[in-house]
Design a protein around this ligand. Structure first.
Ligand code: 13P
Ligand code: SF4
Length: 349
């Protein structure tokens, strides 16, 4: 091991020694050094989502954060290459914002159950059914779906985006739970219509009582948390602070003390003096928060690792830079329309 790898290994051991076996730290420190060399050679920037596994998260990203944060960073970078350590829809968002750059996703698929729950044709069918109603699309969607939308949002700005529209009724896609949570927060009533993709869709419904039109997508990670999980932990630790992601069901969000984007949950733990924390989200982020806050007591209910985030590894990040793969391409007619929706969101903040 050379001096650079040795020093990185010692730094990782200090931060992650309680979570990660020594042999893994040692092995990955050497890969991280190689990644940093390749990164400099290709004038690349590495973006890492909060759900990346702990060693990757703490060793190679130039910027770490939630979807909103990383899309802003992707828009601002002056590097030639962006390596996105996250899932495909995030890498696509980077490409939408930086068409002249090479955007690499280290795993070929790296999908997302939300992004796969809806197609561009589904959105067109909804627009035929509800003509003139603005479409807000969660960033956890593919570029062709964003291209059919008026504006995008993330979990961090969904309420602000909906309020910015000053619209009586909004189509909010595709996460059933995020839509229900935002509807509740903005005092709106929500429906989940059946749509037909036939060209002559059914006549518009009476929208008098309807202010939110949702879809049936779900995050396969966050839908697994239950109110019973929270009750069981509160029974043992009555003074625990429970944090959830708004992709959890409305019942789970209501039973929690705080709900917010991955960055918002990280901030909450940093700033709160609660004696214990239960963070109901993807497992790796629990490790990453615990590593950054060794003085805090994080109770671990780590049941679900996102299988898609989990496909990004140190090895395939190294190979993405070595072999220039997997390059994100978006047809320009789709990218330009998706750009409007993403850029409109970024302007809101
Ligand atoms: P954030 O935007 O809160 O980082 O969430 C992204 C995500 O995929 C959550 O499952
Ligand atoms: Fe998609 Fe859920 Fe995985 Fe996030 S955690 S990438 S929403 S499946």
């Amino acid at each position: 091991m050379n001096a650079e790898a040795q020093s990185l290994y010692e730094d990782l051991k200090r931060r992650l020694g309680n979570f990660v076996p020594d042999a893994e730290l040692y092995y990955k420190a050497e890969i991280a050094v190689e990644i940093n060399r390749l990164k400099a050679g290709r004038n690349a920037v590495i973006l890492g989502h909060n759900y990346m596994e702990p060693v990757l998260f703490h060793s190679i990203p130039d910027f770490k954060g939630d979807s909103l944060d990383l899309s802003r960073k992707a828009a601002q970078t002056d590097k030639d290459v962006i390596v996105f350590c996250g899932v495909r829809f995030m890498a696509e968002t980077a490409k939408i914002l930086s068409p002249g750059k090479t955007v690499l996703l280290p795993a070929e698929k790296a999908g997302c159950s939300l992004a796969e729950s809806i197609t561009a044709e589904d959105v067109r069918a909804l627009k035929r059914k509800y003509p003139g109603v603005p479409v807000v699309t969660y960033v956890n969607t593919y570029a062709d779906v964003k291209a059919e939308s008026d504006i995008c949002c993330t979990s961090g700005n969904a309420v602000a985006v909906v309020e910015s529209l000053h619209a009586e009724t909004v189509i909010f896609l595709p996460d059933q739970y995020l839509a229900s949570n935002v509807a509740r927060e903005t005092g709106k009533h929500i429906i989940f219509p059946q749509i037909s993709s036939a060209p002559a869709a059914a006549a518009p419904e009476n929208l008098l009582d309807v202010q939110f039109i949702g879809w049936h997508g779900r995050c396969e990670v966050h839908e697994k948390f239950t109110v019973e999980d929270i009750r069981a932990v509160r029974k043992q630790f009555p003074d625990v602070a429970v944090l959830t992601h708004p992709e959890c069901s409305p019942e789970v969000v209501a039973a929690a003390d705080f709900s917010g984007s991955t960055n918002a949950m990280i901030r909450f733990v940093q700033e709160s003096r609660a004696p214990h924390f239960l963070v109901l989200t993807e497992c790796s982020m629990g490790d990453n928060i615990a590593a950054a806050n060794p003085e805090k007591d994080l109770l671990r209910l780590c049941m679900v690792r996102c299988p898609h985030m989990n496909t990004i590894t140190m090895e395939n990040v190294r190979d993405s830079l070595r072999l220039n793969r997997f390059v994100i391409e978006i047809p320009e007619n789709i990218r330009a329309r998706a750009y409007r929706a993403v850029e409109r969101m970024i302007q809101i903040g």
